[in-house]
Design a protein around this ligand. Sequence first.
Ligand code: PSU
Ligand code: MN
Length: 289
Amino acid sequence: MEMINRAGLNAVGLETTLLVHGVPRGQGERLARELSEIVREAGAMPAFVGIFHGRGVVGMDFNELNEVLLEEHIEKANSANMGVLMHRGQHGATTVSATMELCAAAGVRVFATGGIGGVHKGYGERWDVSSDLAALARFPVAVVASGVKSLLDVTATREVLETLGVPVVGFRTERFPAFYLRDGGCSVDAVFGDEGELARYLAAELRRTGRGILVANPIAESDEIARRDWDRWIAEAEKRVGGADGRNVTPRLLAALHEVSGGATLRANLALVRGNAKLAGALAVTMGS
Ligand code: PSU
Ligand code: MN
């Protein structure tokens, strides 16, 4: 694969879809700088992943990131369409699946994000399952995330991870988190209470299987959103984006949620991403290179 790999020792992969499509326009750079800082404070090395002029880049610099962030429209790239963007020499913001693929190619074993994609609600009528799930079964990267976005069908997503044989391990939680909520209503495969022990397990399991692992790190209690507020906001947001489909669903729903919640979901989103970057940094350092 034609790519630029600037990842060094203790690299932590960070995705660009989160910056481009996950937060309101104009806020991506600040988030990127914050996440960089958090990862560095843990003693690790931030590596933003994206597609720049058709090349997969692991370890984008801020000039590259800003060029992408300022662009009018940036394509959201998953495992399926990233090759077309490369072929055409375009830019692309990488989702969890595409970021995992590039991380794996670069030898980066830990990657932090907010929440992974999953099985969308209403799959009985209209099938929409994120390529993130298949990527977890294919690429040897430990993804630190706060579960799946609660706008998805959390239980169905958890079951698909099981079907694919993806280990789901909780960091200091027995429950599979649903992004803004600490308890998504299902369990994890195992609980790890200690970063060092978790890092040793991850390194061994990645080596053993050559497949991915989901590390579920719940949002801090102080940043969690109340169930009642959440139910109200998601109902309203779903009404607003009724017509969206395909790759537009997730970014549109997130944007609508940030709006109807008066910014509360955005604040929670930023808080949990920071927490995941911090844990990923600590894990990368213990796992070494
Ligand atoms: N987590 C966030 N914000 C996001 C996403 C995750 O906090 O914007 C993105 C990730 O890049 C994830 C993608 O891979 O949403 C899933 O999109 P889809 O459902 O289209 O596969
Ligand atoms: Mn989809």
